[in-house]
Design a protein around this ligand. Structure first.
Ligand SMILES: [Fe+2]
Length: 610
């Protein structure tokens, strides 16, 4: 059976292929292909890339979509008829704008806007978009246009599809947990999903028992329009309202709010207001949101006023603290009923690593397992899993080696690109010896980039598309943040650590290889690995074993010889506003565009010509 799970348009759009015929499993986010961070177009560009790389069959049995509600009630544009016209408009506009990276979408000049707006096709689709938006609460119309849009994307790429299946959004998030190797399908497991909204819900709790996923309870959103903008009522949406009130990018920069929160203190008055508006409903096991007071206090204009009074750090600390205590309160009730000692988390809100860390401690659990593709790219994986289960396919037939399930490049393809850039670089073929050379560079406090094997799926780079540096030096974090990635000073960088050193470094921990939850380090490590720990001593580590990534493990072992602990700073290989590099050429472009010292790509050492 060949199944494609896909969030076919919008933020986090992605294609995942489960092919039990050729025993293949791969996944790719669309913004990796376009390199426009959090791109909101459809998967057309991703399908074209996969076809050009011979990675996708021409006949697909099922297309699985991780949404199922066509009522037009929750602002999910992907499930409404205007989407069809929105995508047409966007593509026409981009023919004139020709964006290469995210900044090009912002820096649009008057002439390019004028050109696209004078395009007769743009005018036509704009009128249709407006008309269909008026009818967007018509379920039949929505379903017919959503199907039409999906079919067209595949038809335009000469891919034959037999049927389309739609699955509940949170059920899809939950099903994605079945693909991580520590999810024992024979045991009873519990999954909590929390995102901004999807199919009218924002939180759901699931029980996996006897090979079935059963929803225990969920929290509903409500939608309203105020000051010409749509609002939904959810914990995730409130966090994003705070993000936007801080003049940051909604649904993109929440990690910056989380990082800044560690420098502030929750404001008691604002926290009181939040706690009054969003409450845990003990009888229904969900969140209750008082919409009347939400409209009064939690809209953008109101929040901007709060921000002004209490300052950015305290403003961030308040929403972070509120999120933590609300989720912990609900999960404590679930724990008292189901008595679990570990839990699985999915949904975009769980990109917040401090949240899962606080749950781990407060509920005294053995482990909290945050799925590494917690955002909507992961719901594509889950929808495909549901199709496989419902159509009688054996999941165990497919070898899933998460999260290295992206594309890889051969030696021949790599050398071709290196020759293309020969005027700008010197390169050497080191084969396996690149590990020793990379370790030498790190010991000399150089900042390097690595590119080898299959690309990771999800937001984290786990060694194979990474920027690496030495955390034992104090200035490393600032050098990466300010000189290379152009990120705010307060954003932490994450370490990759030998699993054998985990218990020495952290207070309470468990084996976790995905860099998707935080742990608190013992205080003496503040001076030992100063660049790897945040101001509150937390870190979001990847623990590495020989089995999980042999080359990366070897590199860490080499570092341990000098520094006593096997720790390396590891951040995704991309520059500001760009996505993690996918192709060798992306790696060369980013390497040449910043102050990186050396690049190690598929066994070649690359340096810039002076
Ligand atoms: Fe979601």
């Amino acid at each position: 059976m060949r199944v494609i799970g896909t969030k076919y348009a919008g933020l986090d759009s992605a294609v995942t292929l489960f092919d039990s015929v050729d025993e293949k499993f791969l996944a790719l986010q669309s913004d990796r292909v376009s390199r426009i961070k959090k791109d909101n177009l459809d998967i057309d560009i991703t399908l074209k890339y996969l076809i050009s790389r011979n990675l996708i069959p021409k006949k697909i049995d099922i297309i699985s979509i991780p949404f199922s509600n066509f009522s037009g009630q929750d602002c999910i544009l992907e499930m409404q008829s205007p989407t069809f016209f929105f995508l047409k408009k966007e593509k026409i506009a981009r023919k004139y704008i020709k964006p290469k990276y995210y900044k090009d979408l912002i820096d649009v000049d008057f002439i390019t806007i004028l050109k696209s707006k004078l395009d007769i096709r743009w005018i036509y689709f704009n009128i249709c978009h407006k008309i269909f938006s008026f009818f967007r609460q018509n379920e039949k119309l929505n379903k017919s246009y959503v199907k039409k849009t999906i079919k067209k994307i595949f038809k335009d790429n000469n891919i034959e599809i037999s049927k389309i299946e739609f699955y509940d959004h949170h059920l899809s998030h939950a099903a994605s947990c079945l693909t991580i190797d520590n999810f024992n399908k024979k045991e009873t497991n519990y999954i909590f999903v929390l995102d901004e909204h999807g199919d009218l819900n924002h939180s759901s709790f699931f029980e996996w028992k006897n090979n079935q996923l059963k929803k225990v309870s969920n929290s509903k959103i409500e939608k309203f329009t105020l000051d010409n903008r749509d609002y939904v009522t959810s914990l995730g949406a409130v966090y994003s309202n705070f993000t936007e009130a801080l003049d940051l990018r909604r649904s993109v920069d929440e990690g910056k709010v989380e990082a800044l929160a560690a420098y502030g203190k929750p404001n008691k008055n604002l926290l009181k207001i939040l706690r009054r508006i969003i409450k845990v409903n003990k009888n229904e096991l969900n969140f209750f949101i008082d919409v009347k007071n939400y409209k009064k206090f939690l809209t953008l204009n109101k929040l901007k006023k709060f921000r002004k009074v209490i300052g950015d750090k305290n403003f961030s600390a308040t929403i972070q603290n509120f999120l933590e205590i609300s989720v912990i309160e609900l999960l404590l009730i679930y724990k008292s009923i189901y008595n679990f000692d570990k839990i699985y988390f999915a949904g975009g809100v769980f990109a917040n690593v401090i949240l899962s860390h606080k749950v781990h401690i407060a509920l005294n659990l053995k482990a909290v397992n945050v799925i590494p593709y917690m955002g909507d790219e992961g719901s594509s994986v889950g929808a495909a899993v549901l199709s496989l289960i419902n159509n009688g396919e054996n999941l165990n037939k497919i070898n899933i080696s998460m999260p290295y399930i992206g594309d890889s490049y051969t030696d021949k393809e790599t050398i071709e690109i290196l020759h293309k850039y020969k005027n700008d670089i010197n390169f050497n073929d080191l084969r396996e010896n690149w590990i020793n050379e990379a370790a030498r560079a790190l010991k000399e406090n150089k900042i390097i980039a690595t590119f080898y094997g299959n690309m990771e799926f999800g937001p984290r780079a786990l060694g194979q598309r990474s920027i690496l540096a030495n955390p034992f030096f104090k200035d490393t974090r600032d050098r990466i943040n300010l000189q290379i990635k152009k990120r705010p000073w307060y954003q932490p960088l994450c370490p990759s650590i030998l699993e054998e050193d985990r218990e020495d470094i952290f207070e309470k921990s468990f084996y976790h290889k995905y860099m998707s939850t935080a742990f608190k380090a013992k205080s003496k490590f503040k001076d030992i690995i100063p660049s790897a720990l945040h101001v509150d001593l937390t870190a979001r580590p990847q623990f590495v074993t020989k089995e999980s990534n042999y080359l990366f493990w070897s590199l860490l072992k080499n570092i341990k010889e000098k520094h006593k602990y096997g720790v390396i700073l590891n951040t995704s290989f991309n520059l500001h506003g760009r996505t993690n590099v996918l192709r060798p050429e992306d790696a060369l472009i980013d390497f040449l565009d910043c102050n990186l010292d050396e690049l190690y790509i598929n066994g070649y050492k690359v340096e810039k010509k002076i």
